[in-house]
Design a protein around this ligand. Structure first.
Ligand code: SAM
Length: 273
């Protein structure tokens, strides 16, 4: 297949993966605190021009707009943006735009703040995406990123699923790398000075039993659905389920009937040179 066709096919598969399951439901179940956390760390104020990249249902875009910012929310997956539009009932004046983080349809230096909550980390070509964040942010503007870490629970989930998932195409990097200081340094160099590089955890107490969380991943999380489908094609569905159960048991910090997980993330807020 020619390179362009391969690239388009990768994007099509990514979009279909994120449209599968029910990502908006996962946000409502336990991910909502992350968006406000990022917006607070970025100090979003009234009148600011804000771009939320890989915005999903507007987890960060909505609290930014509630603070009076002019917000554009972009995402690769129109189905998820539609859920965001419906969730906000089109209030707050958010513009919802389908766009690839690696090729943003905006002029250079057109935003005061460019942010992404566990979003841009899932674009397959990290350098291309980072370059776009820098390009559309004005000099002196802010870049704010909240990303799962490689050592934390989401990093471990990807490591658990990796043997079952299709091999990544050449040049595609693993999402949790964005949660490492060194990787951000490689991607942004001296173009962004990160004044905040802070690790924290999202506490998840929405599930009674550890394995309820495994069922939640299997039913609603696109990357898990895709890895499990590939496992099934290779006759490894039961092995996949056993590995996911063991993973959830291992990361459970709660008591019987009250599962509790702590998912580590890196909060990075910097100034664009
Ligand atoms: C884990 S969700 C995060 C959504 C939202 N920011 C939040 O905090 O809930 C990841 C999002 O990245 C989007 N995405 C994946 N690859 C992308 C790309 N290349 N360009 C833009 N969005 C992308 C997916 O469609 C999905 O909505």
């Amino acid at each position: 297949m020619a390179a362009i066709e391969q690239y388009d096919e990768l994007k099509r598969r990514h979009r279909a993966m994120w449209a599968s399951g029910d990502y908006p439901r996962m946000v409502e179940t336990f991910l909502l605190p992350l968006g406000s956390r990022l917006v607070e760390a970025c100090g979003v104020g009234p009148g600011e021009r804000v771009l939320d990249v890989a915005a999903g249902t507007g987890n960060a875009a909505v609290p930014a707009a509630e603070r009076g910012a002019h917000v554009v929310a972009t995402d690769l997956t129109p189905e998820i943006l539609d859920a965001g539009r419906a969730r906000t009932d089109n209030r707050l004046g958010i513009q919802w735009v389908t766009a690839d983080a690696e090729d943003l349809p905006f002029a250079a230096e057109s935003f005061d703040l460019v942010m992404s909550s566990i979003g841009v980390m899932f674009a397959p070509h990290h350098q291309a995406a980072a370059d776009e964040l820098v390009r559309v942010c004005r000099p002196g503007g802010t870049i704010g990123l909240l990303s799962w870490t490689p050592e934390g629970m989401l990093g471990a989930l990807f490591a658990t699923m990796r043997p079952f998932a299709p091999p990544p195409p050449p040049g595609v990097q693993s999402p949790p790398l964005w949660g490492s200081d060194e990787h951000l340094d490689t991607l942004f160099g001296d173009r962004v000075t990160f004044g905040t590089l802070h690790r924290d955890v999202l506490e998840i107490t929405a599930f009674s039993h550890a394995r309820d969380y495994a069922e939640h991943f299997k039913a609603y999380y696109g990357p898990t659905i895709a890895a499990r489908a590939n496992a099934a094609r290779n006759g490894l569905e039961h092995e996949f389920d056993a590995a996911l159960d063991a993973f959830c048991d291992e990361w459970n910090r709660g008591t019987e009937g009250h599962a509790r997980f702590a998912k580590e993330f890196l909060l990075a807020v910097g100034t664009r040179r």
